[in-house]
Design a protein around this ligand. Sequence first.
Ligand code: B12
Length: 290
Amino acid sequence: MKERTANFLTTRQLARMWQVSEATIKRWADAGHLHSQKTLGGHRRFALSEVLKFQSERGFDTDGERVEPKRTATIASGAGKALAQAGALERFFEAISIGHEAEATAILLRQYLDRIPPVKILEETVTEALRRVGNRWHSGEMSVADEHLATHTAIRAIEALRSAMRPAQLGERLAVCCTVEDELHDIATLCVQVLLESEGWSVKNLGASMPFFALSDAIVKHRPHLVCISSTTNGALSRYAREYAQFKAVTLKHQTRIALGGEGFRERAIRQRFPADLHAENFNQLLKMI
Ligand code: B12
C-alpha cells in the first residue's frame, strides 16, 4: 500500500483526531474493534470507511479507553455539531498560527468524519481562518514569517483532507483549475480541486500564475468540461482582457464552461470584461453550478 493512498488514515492522524493516545488506537486495532491494514513497512493504515463505521456504530471513550456504543453519533448531531464547527475555526486558526500541522490536519479530518460537508469545512474553517491570518498580518499583529508558516500549515492540512476524502475512482467529468497570471494566491484553487474531487470530478490543478494563452493550450489538450480560475489581487487583470477573449473563444469551441472566482473578479466592470458561465463569490455557488 502506498503511503499516501487516498481514503486511509495513519495511527497518528486518528489519535490526534479522537484525542486519544496512539497506543489506544493500536490496542483497539489489535482487539479487532477497528479494522486496519498494514503497509509493507508494518505501519497500520485505517480505511476511512472503517473509521466512519467505528465512529457511527460504537463511538469511543477518550479517558477509559472503553469502547462504548453510539457516543459519536450524539457528538455529531444538532447543536453539538454547530458548536464543534465554531470551535473548529478557533482551533484551526491556533494550530496553523503555530505551525502545528498534525493538529490542523486532525481538525479538518475530524470535521469531515463528523459529516460536515466539505464545502462548509473549506468555507467556514479554512477560508475564515486564513482571512484572520490576513487581517492580523495587515494590522501588524502577525509577521510575514508567521503568515507564511500559517499558510503553509493550512495547505498541508488541506492536502491531507484531500487525500483522505478523495474517492478511489474519479469520474469522467474533468475540470482544470488555476489562478490568473501573476497571481500567487492559489489556496482557493486547491480548495476548488478538493471540492470537485469530493463530488467525483477529475481535476487537473495547474496551480498559480497561468497566462490565458497557456490555459487555452490546456483546454485543447485536456478538453475539460469546466475551467475554474481564481484571482485575488486584481492589479493586472484588465491587461489580460484581450487574451481572455481569445481564451473564451477556445472554451466555446470545446464546450468548456468557465467559473471565475475571487476578489480580483468581484468588480462589475471587471466581470463585464471577463464574461463567464459563473462569477462566484464562494465555493457554494460552484457546487450549485455543477
Ligand atoms: C495566504 C496569503 C498569501 C500567500 C499566498 C500563498 C498561496 N499559496 O496562496 C502569499 C504570502 C504568497 C501572499 C502574497 C501576497 N498577498 Co496575500 N494573503 C494571503 C491570505 C492570508 C489568505 C488567502 C487565501 O488563500 N485565502 C483562502 C481562500 C480559500 O479564500 P479566498 O481566496 O478569499 O477565496 C474565497 C472566495 O474569494 C472564493 N474564490 C476565490 N477564488 C475562487 C475561484 C473559484 C473558481 C470559485 C468558485 C471561488 C473562488 O471562494 C473562496 C471561499 O469563499 C489573504 C487574507 C485573506 N483575507 O484572504 C492575504 C491577502 C489576499 N493578501 C494580500 C496581499 C496584499 C498580498 C501581497 C500583495 C503582499 C505583498 N505586499 O507582497 C502578495 C501578492 C502576491 C501575488 N502576486 O499574488 C491582501 C490582498 C488585498 C487586496 N485585495 O489587494 C490580503 C487580503 C491580506 C490583507 N488582509 O491585506 N498572500
